[in-house]
Design a protein around this ligand. Sequence first.
Ligand code: ARG
Length: 279
Amino acid sequence: MQRNTERRSTRIRTATRRRYLMCRPTYFDVTYSINVWMDPARPTSAALGQEQWKRLHDTFITLGHDVELIDPQPGLPDMVFSANGAMAVDGRALVARFRNRQRTDESAAYLDWFRAAGWSEVRQAEYINEGEGDFLFTGREILAGSGFRSDPRACREVQEFFGLPVVPLVLVDPRFYHLDTALAVLGHGEIMYYADAFSEESRAVLAERFPDAILADEADAAVFGLNAVSDGKNVILPGQATGLADQLRQRGYTPVGADLTELLKAGGSVKCCTLELRE
Ligand code: ARG
């Protein structure tokens, strides 16, 4: 056990260049509440949200990644959370079908974007499917979250559309209503997650499939430390998640802290703002 830990800690991590789709939070606001983080009575600042978002955008560029942009639309304040717009693997894009009517109009924008960008296979999901909010590609399989947003029947559709195995997981804590708020893919078959966000059965599935996973404590999960983006080496995560940053460093990753506290008022952070484009 001890030796195993040592071996992991000295591992050299390599970053691979990524393409991300982001949406500037021009119209960011909290005008409705569709998750427990959102309180329309609490003031928000679109200007501060934009400043924090821009720093995240620039971090990706500095790390050598490509960032594409989709135009924000008035009346869609949650559109900044581009991770929810689709899932895109191997040139195929399955565009979201949102659970809440406040977000349904975002789907048309993503359909248009992928078609205009020339993706070969673009379709809107038939079942409620909130894109990379609930479906995370590990490189081998797709981990799928349900319980709050995406329909469990979306698993089958995702499996057929991408031709990849799907592992269904059930979320049970309303603070962690999307899979990407409770679990992050790091690369090399590694993940990190907050176990209490999952049903007992799902916890067993995760423990068995990912015995080496980094486990987050409640404090790190509560600042959305798991809402992270990894390029295989650099892991961009909320700067307040200091325990997770330490654990990542011990495993040879480079944690990069980001401040997205303004967007957290809508229940989103780093990963929510980032849709990976895998052509
Ligand atoms: N206010 C948005 C919602 O409730 C936040 C989405 C966060 N995105 C994510 N990928 N977890 O839908």
